[in-house]
Write a protein that binds this ligand. Structure first.
Ligand SMILES: Cc1cc2nc3c(=O)[nH]c(=O)nc-3n(C[C@H](O)[C@H](O)[C@H](O)COP(=O)(O)O)c2cc1C
Length: 206
C-alpha cells in the first residue's frame, strides 16, 4: 500500500525561504524542520534544484525563513509559490525588511529565522540543506499556518488566482497535491513543476 494521503497527516508548516545576491528572491516551502535545539539550533529545508531561490542559496550560503500565519494573504502564496524570481521581483508589493542582507516578510508572518548553510545533501530532484540558525525572533503572536489548513482552507483561493481562462479545445489537468494546472496533452513522464508529483497525481478538469 502506498497511500500518499499519509504525508498530508504529518504536521508541516508553510514558509517563505528568502535569499539575496543581486536582488531579493524567495519561494514557498512546506519542508522546514528543526533538527537540534542547542544554542545555535540546526534546521533542515528541502528545496527543488530548479528553483531560482536554490541557485541564490547555493551561491551565498545563507537564507531566511519567514513563518507564515493563518492571516497571510493568499496573493502572497501565489506570488512566492507559483512564480519564479528569475522572471519577476516577488518583493515589489510586499511589506518586508532586510535583516543582515536577507529579506524577511513582515505581513502574515509569525516569526523569522536567519540561517547559514552547513551541509547540502543531494536528494534527487531536491537538495536537503542543513543550516545553523544564527538569528531568530517572533514578529507577531499569531497562529502558524499548517500545510493541512493551507490545503483545506487557503489553497482554493490561491488556485483561483492562478487559473487562466479556459481555451475550449485544450485539455486541462490539475495536480491533486498542489493545484497546479497543466494545459495540453499531459506527457506520461511529466512532473509537477511546483511540488514534483508525477503525472499519475494529475486529474483532468473541465
Ligand atoms: C503550498 C506549496 C508548497 C511548496 N513547497 C515546496 C517545497 O517544500 N520545496 C520546494 O522546493 N518548492 C516548494 N514549492 C514550490 C515553490 O514555491 C515554487 O516552485 C516557486 O515558484 C519557486 O520560486 P523561485 O524559482 O523563485 O525559487 C511549494 C509551493 C506551494 C504552493
Amino acid at each position: 500500500m502506498k497511500n500518499k494521503n499519509v504525508f498530508k497527516t504529518l504536521n508541516y508548516g508553510l514558509y517563505v525561504v528568502g535569499a539575496k545576491k543581486d536582488k531579493n528572491v524567495g519561494c514557498i516551502i512546506n519542508t522546514a524542520t528543526q533538527i537540534t535545539s542547542e544554542d545555535t539550533p540546526l534546521i533542515m529545508i528541502s528545496i527543488n534544484k530548479s528553483n531560482f531561490t536554490t541557485k541564490t542559496i547555493l551561491e551565498t550560503k545563507k537564507f531566511s525563513i519567514s513563518v507564515l500565519n493563518t492571516e497571510v494573504n493568499p496573493e502572497l502564496i501565489k506570488t512566492f509559490g507559483y512564480n519564479t524570481s528569475e522572471k519577476i521581483n516577488k518583493f515589489d508589493n510586499i511589506n518586508y525588511e532586510e535583516i543582515d542582507n536577507l529579506p524577511v516578510i513582515k505581513e502574515g508572518v509569525t516569526a523569522y529565522i536567519l540561517c547559514n548553510v552547513k551541509e547540502i545533501i543531494d536528494a534527487s530532484t531536491h537538495y536537503c540543506i542543513l543550516a545553523e540558525c544564527y538569528e531568530y525572533n517572533i514578529l507577531e503572536e499569531k497562529e502558524t499556518l499548517t500545510y493541512k489548513k493551507y490545503q483545506e482552507e487557503i489553497k482554493n483561493k490561491v488556485i483561483e488566482k492562478v487559473e487562466t481562462p479556459k481555451n475550449t479545445n485544450t485539455k486541462r489537468y490539475r495536480c491533486k497535491t498542489c493545484g497546479y494546472i497543466y494545459e495540453g496533452e499531459l506527457p506520461p513522464n511529466f512532473r509537477c513543476p511546483v511540488c514534483g508529483e508525477p503525472s499519475s497525481e494529475f486529474e483532468e478538469i473541465e
